[in-house]
Design a protein around this ligand. Sequence first.
Ligand code: NAP
Length: 434
Amino acid sequence: MRQFAIVGSGPAGFYTAEALAKAYGEAARIDIIDRYPVPYGLIRFGVAPDHQSLKAVSKRYDAVADSAGVDFIGNVTVGRDVSVAELLELYDAVILATGAPHDRKLGIPGEDLPGVIGSAEFVGWYNGHPDFADLDPPLGGSHAVVIGNGNVALDCARILSKTQHEFEGSDIVNHALAALDDSAIRTVTILGRRGPHQIAMTPKELGELGHLEASVPIVDRADFPPESADAALEPGLRKSVTLLRGFASLPADKPKRMVFDFFARPVRIEGDGKAERIVVERTELDEKGGARGTGEMYEVPAALVISAIGYSTPPLDGVAYDERGTKFLNENGRIGDRLYAVGWARRGPSGTIGTNRPDGYEVAEQVAAALPPLEGEERGGAAGLKSLLRSRGVMATDYDDWRKIEESETANARPGSPREKFVRVEHMLGRLGR
Ligand code: NAP
């Protein structure tokens, strides 16, 4: 029997487990290891709580977790509780599906002031990520700024702008729902360092902004090239740009505003001991389509600054790392002998949840080609791992524990909400009597 370890239980990890289970049938055992006692990574902690239809893909992962050769081992941090080298001793192959949970840095003065936070932190806070339960973002000022023109920037701006009523049916955690309901923020400025033709926002996500209960998107027609130039855009981007153009004709008749400030590069964040404003340089497009500063500076008030400029994969001891690309150094997913990466840890932080499916299947095919079903002596696998963890006092959790935690979360949900997540690992373990 082959023994495989997948590190990380987000979409990339689960698609790879599905593919390996199909490729090997009963000839392999697959352990999905996660830092937390509950799985699904990006689905649980990243996908916006008001986008429940996107989270529904976890039903497919449930079926994988329920299948015979697949197991879940939670509450184990690889790199701290057990090393990758030790996993390679215990398993025939190790597949890193650790995602990209860290914020990229802006690299500008003032980014460490209180009130400046990364999107991973903010998204984690409203999604019940245990690392960010105490974030307490400052929502007492009237102005906030979100830096970046991708879908994560849209998520952050939308969550800051929705009413309590608009979160019905979502699984936003109670602490965030209450804080957002008290928020004084009336203007959210979204800073893009380039123009409307260079956005990384998709039509569905952008379109939602035109229908918010209390907030209206504001764009300046002067930022757009002539409409005839839209014809050359790829269809998805063209649709997004058409939506943006449409926003220019919306009446600004709601109490809140979401202002798209294009050609705006953040230069520094200023304030007396905390963020109060961001200094921005007006840009223009250079010959290669990049942002070139014009020297014109102006200020945007902001007691809260969220940088949504992309994510990075944290390095792991002994694993080759691509510093520039912020992912593991790999060739088509192969990092080295019996060691692979999938998802954002392989490709960097881009693409949708579905992009991880072909990615995981491709790596599983490589694994299957390199490691045919085994006759003879097996590696230590889960039994070996669990005994090593016990000797170190690490309290690993299992599939039944995950389901018990989930049952409590469902039972404690607000009416209409699918769950009320535990926001602390101690509370998850407490539910298990540990
Ligand atoms: P992203 O799509 O790569 O967007 C990052 C944005 O940050 C870009 O507009 C980029 O501008 C800007 N940026 C980068 N460095 C900057 C800097 N130093 N100063 C100012 N702006 C800077 O990343 P993301 O929004 O984090 O999304 C990650 C992936 O998840 C994407 O594939 C996204 O589509 C996906 N996602 C999907 C959904 C959904 O489907 N609902 C939701 C969330 C995320 P430049 O273009 O000029 O570099």
